[in-house]
Structures are given as structure tokens and as C-alpha cells.
Design a protein around this ligand. Structure first.
Ligand code: TMP
Length: 294
């Protein structure tokens, strides 16, 4: 009898958007999350198109990179080259017929190429602030409430992103969502004394190395060693491993946001995430689960 799950779905109210392959397993995870409570919980979330919206009012929203790629503040030559890279590699990232091993070398080439373009363009801290203010990068509805609620209940949130950390942080600041419980692991631009980007911090994080090997703070999971339970939130198969550093993992609820190429990618997400939310631009499901645990 799936009691907690029924309650969660009722409160979420959008059953049609919520696909669950194994309701019995999800019920067991929810039971454990609820009985262990907030002191055992941590949240690990992807940023682009997981914490942030994929579309609004019929128009695509910006990812961290999208902000730069679409901004008139960047030189035309940058935008053209970035677009060419995106068109070549984005469909490889999503290609459900390629294995992760086959995709990785392409992702490394894409990310290195993209970072080099930003260095070449001498993008500055100040421009980043301006670009973020005028961008179409938006957090999902209720995401700020969830982050605030988790902060109130002392639940740590790790934002694990293959985007650009400096940009992601600017968005969080703009939305007043950079709560003290939030930690970010991402690709950070390093600047010279004139505020221009001259390099990126190592290690490079791409879509398919989002695991404990990409942590620049190896103590992160050690410090949370008593928090065995987690919500792991992502929009890609590469996000499934974000919790691989959790000590003695207990109940992990993996929630996948299916935004793009829905028919093609449904099977892949459905078979790998515990819960798949189809074209839901809100954080309502995460909100309901968080309130059920804390
Ligand atoms: P995420 O880990 O927060 O989802 O961020 C990575 C996303 O950024 C991924 O979907 C690919 C995308 N991306 C671009 O849009 N342009 C780029 O130049 C690069 C390197 C990544």
C-alpha cells in the first residue's frame, strides 16, 4: 500500500506529469526519508534546467552558458563560435543511442573549447553581472521557497553544475536564493586584476563526471557523513552520479526533470530516475517531498 506516495501525489496535484516506474520502491524510500527526518537529509541538485526553468511563456530560457551565448554584450565572433560548438555538441549530450563513454571525449572538447572562447573574449566580472540581470535565466517556480525551507531546517543543498559557477552564483544572488545552506560545485572563471577571465579552476566539470572525483572540496561529503539520505535532482543521466560521494547511502530519491526531446528521452530517464517530472517548470514536487521529510 503506497500511503506516503499517494499523499505526495495528491498534494503535488499534477499526477499526469509524474512518471514512476517502481511505486513500491519509491514508497519505501519516502517512508525512510520521513522516518529519518531532516537531520539525515541532504539535497544535491543540478542547476541548468533543473533548478532553473527550461521555458516560460512559450520561449526557451537561458542556461548559464546560454546567457553568454545570447547576450548582445558579448562580441559577435564569440556568439557565432559558441553557437557552432553548441550545435555540434548539444545533441551528442542528449543522444540516447550513444554510451556515456562515447560521449565523454566530445564533452571534454566542447567544454574546453567553450571555456577558451570565454577567455579569448576577455569576459569581465562586471559584464557577467549585467548579462545575468537582463537574461532569461529563471529559477523554477517555488524553487526559492524550497531552498529557503531547507535552509530553515538546516538541510544542506549542493548545487552541482557543469555550467559556470560565477554565473550561477549571480543568478542565485539576483533571486535572493543564495542561502547559507547552499554550496556550489561548478566551473569557476578566474580573473586577472582588471577583472577579465584568464582561466578556469580545475578540475573541469562536464555532464558526465559529476561525481565525487570532480569535487574541489574533498571534505564536503565527509562533513555530511551522518546524512545518509538524499534527494538527487537532475535533468540528465549524467546527474544520477552526483550523490556518489555520500557516506553509507541510505534512502536516495532521484528525481528527473524531463524538459527536452521528451518522447526520445522518456525511456532513458524513466528507467534510471525514481521519479520523472515531464515538462513541469515548477519545484512543487520537491517542495511536497521536502515538507514531508522536514
Ligand atoms: P548543468 O550541469 O547545470 O546542467 O550545466 C551544463 C549545461 O550547460 C549542459 O546542458 C550543457 C550546457 N552547455 C551549453 O549550453 N553551452 C556550452 O558551451 C557548454 C560547455 C555547456
Amino acid at each position: 500500500m503506497a500511503d506516503i506516495l499517494q499523499k505526495v501525489l495528491q498534494e503535488y496535484g499534477n499526477k499526469d506529469k509524474c512518471k514512476i516506474r517502481d511505486p513500491t520502491k519509491v514508497e519505501a524510500i519516502l517512508q525512510k526519508l520521513a522516518s529519518d527526518g531532516p537531520s539525515k537529509l541532504q539535497v544535491i541538485t543540478d542547476f541548468d534546467f533543473t533548478l532553473s526553468r527550461f521555458h516560460k511563456d512559450g520561449k526557451r530560457c537561458d542556461s548559464c552558458h546560454g546567457i553568454l551565448d545570447h547576450s548582445p554584450l558579448m562580441p559577435d565572433s564569440f556568439r557565432e563560435k559558441a553557437k557552432a560548438l553548441y550545435e555540434k555538441y548539444y545533441h551528442i549530450e542528449l543522444d540516447h543511442k550513444m554510451t556515456v563513454e562515447e560521449k565523454i571525449p566530445h564533452m571534454i572538447t566542447w567544454y574546453k573549447g567553450s571555456h577558451n572562447l570565454l577567455i579569448e573574449a576577455q569576459v569581465t566580472k562586471q559584464k557577467i553581472q549585467e548579462m545575468v540581470l537582463t537574461s532569461r535565466a529563471l529559477l523554477r517556480d517555488s524553487a526559492v521557497n524550497v531552498l529557503s525551507y531547507l535552509n530553515d531546517h538546516h538541510v544542506p543543498v549542493l548545487i552541482f553544475s557543469a555550467g559556470v559557477g560565477n554565473i550561477l552564483e549571480e543568478i542565485l544572488h539576483r533571486e535572493k536564493a543564495f542561502f547559507p545552506n547552499v554550496e556550489v560545485i561548478s566551473n569557476y572563471m578566474l580573473f586577472n586584476e582588471d577583472g577579465e577571465c584568464t582561466s578556469f579552476r580545475e578540475p573541469l566539470i562536464h555532464m558526465f563526471n559529476k561525481n565525487e572525483t570532480a569535487l574541489d572540496n574533498p571534505d564536503y561529503f565527509q562533513d555530511l557523513k551522518n546524512r545518509h539520505n538524499a534527494l538527487v535532482l537532475g535533468d540528465s543521466i549524467g546527474d544520477l552520479d552526483m550523490g556518489s560521494g555520500i557516506h553509507n547511502p541510505g534512502a536516495l530519491l532521484r528525481i528527473g526533470f524531463l524538459n527536452d526531446k521528451i518522447d526520445e528521452r522518456m525511456d532513458s530517464l524513466y528507467n534510471n530516475f525514481d521519479v520523472v517530472l515531464v515538462d513541469d517548470q515548477t519545484f512543487d514536487f520537491v517542495n511536497v517531498v521536502s515538507r514531508m521529510v522536514c
